[in-house]
Write a protein that binds this ligand. Sequence first.
Ligand SMILES: [Zn+2]
Ligand SMILES: [Zn+2]
Length: 105
Amino acid sequence: MLWKSRSKSDNHSKDPGTSDFYSRLKDDIPVMRKQGVPPEKDPSSFSRFYCDLCNDSFPLSELKQCTLCGRWACSSCWTSEYYLCNSCNGILKLHMLPRQEGGRK
Ligand SMILES: [Zn+2]
Ligand SMILES: [Zn+2]
């Protein structure tokens, strides 16, 4: 097991104080993979795994599991600001837009 030297600089969570926000967000995001389930292994290469978003293969150390959908994302498919994959980040951004009243289904 390699020691990962991760910076802790991205650990300041700017929680807006709305857990309701996240529960609404989770309603919109299908879980593709359970938390802790490893990424798809690249059969043509040792110790490389697929990014669930762009389907390129990367070393496991470069993939992160999204906390919402559970997909594994490489650094270019990852939004470190919110610790989400780019796909969930897009949905997050939609939720952050001012909501129009009466449009809820
Ligand atoms: Zn990717
Ligand atoms: Zn995601």
